[in-house]
Ligand binder design. Structure first.
Ligand SMILES: Cc1cc2nc3c(=O)[nH]c(=O)nc-3n(C[C@H](O)[C@H](O)[C@H](O)COP(=O)(O)OP(=O)(O)OC[C@H]3O[C@@H](n4cnc5c(N)ncnc54)[C@H](O)[C@@H]3O)c2cc1C
Length: 395
C-alpha cells in the first residue's frame, strides 16, 4: 500500500466509518467512503415500521467521555429527551425474582466505593467476592450486564467491569443521554455533515479487495476486517444476547426500566423519553437477556419472555408490534483478565492501513470505542497524507 494519493478510502459507513470520514475531511483530506448496505449507519440504524421505530443496536450515549464531546462540538447530539419523574418512579431492580425499588444494601454499599482500584489481572467475580461476598459479586456482575450483554460478566477483568459499574451506577446524576429519534437521527446528521464537507459516500458498494493506494481506513465489524486484511485470526471477546422489541397499549403498571440482578437481563422503555416513536397511547420497549454458554437461543428467548411477563404484566394481550433478534459479537469489546483496551487489535496496521470499530485498541465501551478509534485513525491517516504531500512538494 502506498500513501501517495491524497484521497483517504474508508470501508464501512457505521458510526466508526462516518466519524472517520468527518474527521478526515475536517483535517483537509479528500475522502471516499464505501458502504455495502443501501443505507449508512450499520448497527446504529433504527428500523422504522409504519408506526414504530426500533433500534437495531445502539440507542444511548454516556456524556462522560471524549466521544461525546466530539459529537457535541459538531451539534450532532442535540435534541435530547429526558424521562419524566413519573417514568423514573417506575424503575425497578429484580432481585431473587422480586421487583424492588432499589438494589440490596450490599450492592449499594459496594457500588459507592468509587475510589477503589480493581486489578486488571484478576477476574471480577473473585475480586468482588473477596470484598463483599459471592452473592453481592454475582449481583453486581448481573446488574452491569446491561452494558456487557454477557451471561458471565464475572469472568471478565475486574478493572474493566468495575470501571463500567462506576460509569453507569456511580454518578449522582446519570451520564446517560437519549437523543430524540435515537441514533438514527445522529447518523442522519453525521451523513449530512460528511456530505457537506465533500465526502463522497458510495452506498451499495461492498469492498472485496483492498485498493492499492492509501491511506485506507477499515471500519467494518472486526471479523469482516480480518477477512479483508487476510488476518482471519483477528478477534476479541464480545457479548451474546437475545433481544425483544415490543410495543403495547400503555398500562400504568408497566415498568420503564428494570435492571435484573438475577440473570443479567435489562428492560427499557424507549417512549419514556421520546413519545414520537410510537403511536399515541402506546409504549415501546426493548428487553435483552444474555445467552448462557451452551444455551440454545430458543431457551434464552423463553427466559426473556418470562422476564417480559413480569415487567409488563399481560403484555401479550396488549401487543401492537413485536420483533425478536439475537446479537452475537455485535455489542462491543469485553476485556478478559490480563487485558485492557490497549491489548485489543491495533488501529495502525502499518503501510497506511488503519482499523476502526468497537473491538479495537481505543478506550470506552460499545459504540464509544468505534468513535474514539475513528478519531485516532483519522488523525493518523490525515498525518500520513500531509506527510506524503510535503515529500512530493519538496521534490
Ligand atoms: C443490541 C445492541 C445494543 C447496543 N446498544 C448500544 C448503546 O446503547 N450504546 C452504545 O454506545 N453502543 C451500543 N451498541 C453497540 C453499537 O451499536 C456499536 O458499537 C456501533 O454501532 C458500531 O459501529 P461501527 O461503525 O464500528 O460498526 P457497524 O455499525 O457494524 O458498521 C460497519 C459498517 O461496515 C459495512 N461493511 C461491512 N463490510 C463491508 C465491506 N466489505 N464493504 C463496505 N462496507 C462494509 C456494514 O454494512 C456496516 O454498515 C449496541 C449494539 C447492539 C447490537
Amino acid at each position: 500500500m502506498t500513501t501517495k494519493g491524497r484521497t483517504i478510502t474508508i470501508v464501512g459507513g457505521g458510526l466508526g466509518g462516518l466519524t472517520a470520514a468527518i474527521a478526515c475531511a475536517e483535517g483537509g483530506a479528500s475522502v471516499v467512503l464505501h458502504e455495502a448496505h443501501k443505507r449508512v449507519g450499520g448497527r446504529g440504524r433504527a428500523t422504522a415500521s409504519a408506526l414504530h421505530l426500533a433500534h437495531d443496536g445502539a440507542h444511548v450515549f454516556y456524556a462522560d467521555g471524549p466521544h461525546y464531546q466530539w459529537l457535541k462540538k459538531r451539534g450532532l447530539v442535540k435534541g435530547l429527551g429526558w424521562p419524566s419523574p413519573l417514568a423514573f418512579s417506575h424503575v425497578r431492580f429484580r432481585v431473587d425474582g422480586q421487583l424492588r425499588t432499589a438494589p440490596p444494601s450490599g450492592v449499594l454499599r459496594a457500588q459507592s466505593r468509587g475510589w477503589l482500584k480493581a486489578p486488571v489481572d484478576e477476574d471480577f467475580h473473585s475480586w468482588a467476592s473477596k470484598r463483599w461476598g459471592e452473592e453481592t459479586a454475582r449481583r453486581l456482575a448481573s446488574m452491569i450486564a446491561v452494558t456487557t450483554y454477557d451471561a458471565d460478566t464475572g469472568r471478565l477483568s475486574a478493572a474493566f467491569v468495575w470501571n463500567l459499574i462506576q460509569r453507569v451506577y456511580g454518578p449522582r446524576v446519570p451520564a446517560v443521554r437519549w437523543v430524540k429519534g435515537g441514533w438514527q437521527t445522529v447518523l442522519d446528521r453525521m451523513e449530512r455533515r460528511a456530505a457537506d464537507l465533500g465526502v463522497r459516500i458510495e452506498t451499495g458498494s461492498r469492498v472485496d479487495t483492498l485498493p492499492e493506494d492509501g491511506p485506507l481506513i477499515i471500519a467494518t465489524q472486526l471479523a469482516s476486517a480480518g477477512r479483508l486484511l487476510g488476518e482471519e485470526s483477528l478477534s476479541w471477546t464480545s457479548g451474546h444476547c437475545a433481544l425483544l422489541d415490543i410495543a403495547v397499549r400503555t398500562d400504568r403498571k408497566d415498568r420503564t426500566i428494570v435492571f435484573d440482578l438475577d440473570e443479567g437481563a435489562f428492560h427499557e422503555s424507549y417512549t419514556m423519553q421520546d413519545d414520537s416513536i410510537a403511536p399515541p397511547g402506546e409504549s415501546l420497549f426493548q428487553l435483552q437477556m444474555p445467552v448462557r454458554p451452551g444455551e440454545r437461543n430458543q431457551e434464552t428467548h423463553g427466559r426473556l419472555r418470562a422476564f417480559a411477563d413480569q415487567v409488563l404484566p399481560g403484555w401479550a394481550d396488549r401487543v401492537t408490534f413485536e420483533r425478536t433478534a439475537t446479537a452475537k459479537g455485535r455489542t462491543g469489546a469485553l476485556d478478559l483478565p490480563g487485558q485492557t483496551w490497549r491489548d485489543r487489535p491495533a488501529i495502525d496496521r502499518g503501510d497506511g492501513v488503519y482499523l476502526v470499530g468497537d473491538m479495537v485498541a481505543a478506550p470506552g465501551m460499545r459504540g464509544e470505542i468505534a468513535i474514539n478509534s475513528a478519531v485516532a485513525a483519522a488523525h493518523l491517516a490525515t498525518s500520513a497524507t500531509s506527510r506524503s504531500q510535503t515529500i512530493r512538494t519538496n521534490h
